[in-house]
Ligand binder design. Structure first.
Ligand SMILES: [Fe+2]
Length: 286
């Protein structure tokens, strides 16, 4: 059993991406991730990639969207290292635990580009792991899926460090959802699930309040989901970074984690978020 290595697309220029965009969008729809390698891409060009993919995949930002509704961030992981005292995590150990982005948010990120503007450590350090939750869905048996198709989840965002305000009401959403670009079923459980904490639980089963036994089954299936993501190397994929790599990732589908082995001064990326609705992660404009 091996983790699948994500094969980058070698590019000769930024224009090369634009010339072959149909092929890359097609690949993205199938694989949920595309990595461009070979030239340094500016932040303006990165934003253009977001908008072109937005037109074709159906996310914001796109070519007509309001530039006041675009969210970006810079990440060297210093904050996480300091907050959790994670300065010396080995290269084969998990530094940022497996998660699905913005679980519990009303308008979670469904995509991103990560532009690795600085990467001065050895290749193979600070790898990013991915697990496609449509693959995880397909690893469940029919009986479990029949149950999960009747589950409405209540989720709080809780764990993230950058939240500006406390969340008073959970976000409610179905456990199994169709991924529009591929038509596949995605299992939107949480690999950060902890039965001791009230951040993530079964809200309704088949339209009514769940029984204790249904809650227990949901907990067991959530644990199975987490175990598959952490342990099933047939499902895991790995990206080994090089400087200037640009990753375009489908965050509706891709649970992800970051391995250790790097110092914050060696690894720095600029990210743009993509959303299904043209608003921030906190607020879905209907
Ligand atoms: Fe993330």
């Amino acid at each position: 059993m091996f983790q699948k290595a994500i094969e980058p697309v070698q590019i000769e220029s930024f224009e090369y991406i634009l010339e072959n965009i149909d092929e890359y969008v097609e690949r993205f729809s199938t694989d949920a991730v595309v990595v461009f390698r070979g030239v340094q891409i500016s932040r303006d060009q990165q934003l253009l990639i977001m908008r072109i993919f937005g037109d074709r995949i159906g996310w914001f930002p796109n070519s007509t969207s309001n530039m006041n509704q675009v969210w970006s961030y810079e990440e060297n992981h210093q904050y996480t290292m300091d907050l959790y005292n994670k300065h010396n995590i080995a290269k084969d150990e998990i530094f940022i635990p497996w998660h699905i982005e913005h679980i519990g948010h009303k308008n979670p990120a469904i995509g991103a580009t990560w532009n690795m503007e600085k990467f001065t450590c050895e290749r193979g350090l600070g790898n990013t792991l991915f697990a496609n939750i449509a693959d995880v869905h397909d690893a469940f048996d029919g009986e479990a899926l029949e149950f999960l198709n009747k589950c409405q989840i209540a989720a709080f965002y809780g764990w993230a460090a950058d939240e500006s305000e406390p969340q008073t009401e959970p976000t409610i959403y179905p456990a199994v959802q169709i991924h529009r670009p591929s038509g596949r079923c995605a299992l939107r459980l949480s690999p950060m699930f902890n039965p001791e904490e009230e951040f993530f639980y079964l809200h309704e089963f088949d339209g009514t309040a769940p029984t204790e036994s249904q809650k227990n089954i949901f907990f067991e299936l959530s644990e199975r989901f987490t175990k598959i993501i952490y342990e099933n190397r047939d499902i895991q994929q790995v990206h080994a970074w090089e400087q200037y790599d640009v990753v375009v990732v489908d965050l509706f589908l891709m649970a992800h984690a970051v391995l250790g082995g790097f110092k914050s001064e060696d690894r720095f990326f600029h990210g743009y978020w993509a959303h299904a609705k043209e608003s921030s992660k906190y607020d879905a404009a209907d």
